[in-house]
Design a protein around this ligand. Sequence first.
Ligand SMILES: [Zn+2]
Length: 83
Amino acid sequence: MNRDVRIDSAPGLIVLGWKSGAEGLFLRVRGEREEVRLVCRCGRSHWLVREQFPGGVASLSVTCHSCATRGTFAMEGVTLPAP
Ligand SMILES: [Zn+2]
């Protein structure tokens, strides 16, 4: 059973990897043995996910499919796409 993490309590997460599936968005985060599932304020866990590299720093941007709540997390161990 994966732990659910609400978007409101997630701002400090460092994301090491992610995968999106039928049951929602699962994040591999620093300090957690198991993947956690990201849950929105509206109770859903389906997110539109984008990796961003502003200024060479990787971050993960998520937007809720149902209510458009947004969040951004720092990413670690992610290789920059080739220029
Ligand atoms: Zn939502």
